[in-house]
Design a protein around this ligand. Structure first.
Ligand code: NDP
Length: 254
């Protein structure tokens, strides 16, 4: 037994949506834990760059649109060329959108499904051959508590369904590749203070509702999610696969 099992020394990670929010917090703690990371998102973020560089972490940022079906193969190839292997894939990139179902147009529906569901499948499919060759690997998907329970505001039928799909893809793939020493897990965050949700926290109508609906009475931080991601991706979680870990301040206990 050793605390070293919580570290990622020598591991190589590919993190989608790594330029801000939860993805950036994961990149930060992975860097501290000794991993090298390829981060991807559509836009570069100079502040994130300065933060990670300032801490001396070994990482590479590649600008890419995850909804382009060619992106996952390209990013996995880049990771292998840059660092020689891929130990961890963190499928974190995602978008949220709400609106009553009769008004929710196809464009928004397709954006939710391609970003939150199809790219998770495609990145996983692209990473698996290298993980198989290596004889080990970890895939970590970022789902949501809203894949378990309706959240506030309501009218997030497509988003909630997309995250439930992520949870079920996690379990299905975990069972498919478990015998090959490849683990697949997910985290299901509740209300986390990031750009995605910040509009709600500052909204005088939603803010008290969100707090009251969360037994812990506060929002979570990206760092609190990243801590759990680190655990699930580390050797310390070597017998954990097919799990969806709720990080929601107790929201879904109600
Ligand atoms: P942010 O909006 O801060 O981050 C979303 C990330 O995804 C950004 O890095 C963004 O970069 C990237 N992204 C979005 N679309 C694309 C795309 N087409 N191609 C490439 N990258 C893309 O939100 P969070 O950090 O909160 O979200 C991270 C994950 O956590 C998401 O999957 C979200 O659904 C999930 N989640 C968040 C919760 C919360 O309360 N915040 C709760 C539950 C789950 P860019 O826009 O530059 O491309």
């Amino acid at each position: 037994m050793s605390l070293g099992q919580f570290r990622l020394d020598g591991k190589v990670a590919l993190i989608t949506g790594g330029n801000r929010g939860i993805g950036l917090a994961v990149a930060e703690i992975f860097g501290e834990a000794g991993a090298k990371s390829v981060l991807t998102a559509r836009r570069d973020n100079p502040e994130a760059d300065a933060l990670l560089k300032g801490k001396g972490y070994d990482y590479d940022f590649v600008s890419a649109d995850a909804t382009d079906p060619a992106t996952p193969e390209r990013l996995v190839r880049h990771t292998l060329e840059k660092y020689g292997r891929i130990d961890i894939l963190v499928n974190n990139a995602g978008v949220a959108s709400h609106g009553e179902t009769p008004d929710f147009d196809d464009e928004r529906l397709e954006l939710i499904l391609s970003t939150n569901v199809a790219q998770v499948f495609r990145f996983s499919r692209a990473a698996l051959p290298a993980m198989r060759r290596q004889g080990e690997g970890v895939i970590l998907n970022v789902g949501s508590m809203s894949g378990f329970a309706t959240n506030i505001p309501q009218h997030q039928v497509a988003y909630n369904g997309s995250k439930a799909a992520v949870h079920m893809m996690t379990k299905s793939l975990a069972s498919e590749v478990a015998a090959e020493n490849i683990r697949v897990n997910a985290v299901a965050p509740g209300y986390i203070d990031t750009e995605m949700s910040r509009g709600g926290f500052t909204n005088p109508e939603w803010d008290p509702v969100w707090r009251n609906a969360t037994p812990m009475g506060r929002y979570g931080s990206a760092e609190e999610v990243a801590n759990c991601v680190l655990f699930l991706c580390s050797p310390a979680a070597s017998y954990v696969t097919g799990s969806v870990l709720l990080i929601d301040g107790g929201y879904t206990t109600r």
